[in-house]
Design a protein around this ligand. Structure first.
Ligand code: AKB
Length: 315
């Protein structure tokens, strides 16, 4: 990767990934883009373009102008938002992806496309979900992710586009808030713990999902994009995980640092149903074998770091 265009660069992943890529590849070599402009570090620390990825010709124009060789495509509507606006989700999630893949085909670019634990459904084995398994999600977001994975495979086999992706678990970070996801509780809990010492969670105490701390997610993207293409057996997306935890597990870990922390539950039926249809734990052995993925942060390490960073951010 020498010149990288990041779409959705002001979102939860994008704002941190763009900064990491700028550190690794040089500020001028990472073109951050988003549909809106904000006054923040991502916009100010290097080139930034206001870009609506639904506009395919503008995307190609920008990629040509900057001599881009890689697109990291992060613009998307997440699971809970997609369930309330399914048509908008289909149009944005699929329309933007096909534009990115077409630009990659035309200009011979490398592409990173995130998939998610949302690409699985209730028929999928819940424990140690294999890399290759049943994928019949019941959500619009999941349908988009499965279709997206298949499209990446298609563009790789039919046109030789260098497509790469991971199935992200719920990501936990302190820099930019997630928006419209089912796993947003795993971020909110840390902010509320430091602010009010209590949190009302919208999924039940025993909802078990894969989670990952953002530094591991960022490292995974760079590692996968730098991996030897000959070693990549899967061009749709790789399972990756760092921990498998319930809200109760997170709360217990937080209590070790904030003993007076309390959690209670007020279930949101939409997000609970989505979470219930997702796996409890993924098997990421293919990612480990093919490109050396290994998460560093478990629940204990993540909680310690999150609480410290969130407190620092507030002071
Ligand atoms: C969401 O909850 O929608 C995302 C995801 C797991 O893909 N965080």
């Amino acid at each position: 990767m020498k010149k990288i265009l990041v779409t959705g660069s002001l979102g939860q992943i994008g704002s941190e990934l763009a900064m990491k890529l700028r550190q690794e590849y040089g500020s001028m070599n990472v073109i951050a883009s988003d549909i809106r402009r904000l006054d923040n570090e991502t916009v100010e620390s290097g080139p930034f373009i206001e870009l609506d990825v639904m506009d395919g010709s503008k995307l190609v124009e920008v990629a040509k102008k900057y001599g881009v060789d890689t697109i990291i495509h992060l613009a998307a509507l997440l699971s809970a938002s997609a369930e309330t606006k399914p048509l908008q989700a289909w149009n944005l999630n699929m329309g933007s992806l096909i534009n990115v893949l077409e630009a990659a085909r035309e200009l011979r670019l490398k592409v990173f496309v995130p998939s998610s634990i949302g690409a699985f459904g209730s028929d999928t084995p819940k424990q140690q979900t294999p890399q290759v398994t049943i994928q019949r999600p019941s959500t619009m977001y999941g349908i988009n992710k499965v279709a997206g994975e298949l499209l990446c495979d298609y563009y790789f086999h039919k046109y030789g586009v260098d497509t790469r992706g991971v199935r992200f678990p719920g990501l936990v970070s302190y820099v930019a808030p997630p928006g419209g996801g089912t796993t947003d509780y795993a971020v909110e809990i840390y902010f509320e713990a430091t602010r009010k010492k209590r949190y009302t969670c919208f999924v039940s105490e025993n909802t078990c999902l894969d989670l990952m701390y953002m530094p591991d997610a960022l490292k995974a993207v760079v590692q996968l994009m730098e991996a030897d293409p000959g070693k990549l057996r899967f061009r749709n997306s790789y399972n990756i995980t760092a921990m498998s935890a319930t809200p109760e597990d997170i709360a217990n870990e937080i209590k070790k640092h904030i003993p007076s922390f309390e959690i209670d539950y007020k279930i949101d039926p939409v997000r609970q149903a989505i979470a219930d249809s997702w796996p409890d734990s993924l098997d990421d052995s293919a990612a480990r074998k093919d490109w050396g993925f290994k998460a560093e942060f478990g629940l204990e390490e993540m909680t310690e770091d999150m609480l410290e960073k969130v407190k620092k951010k507030r002071s």
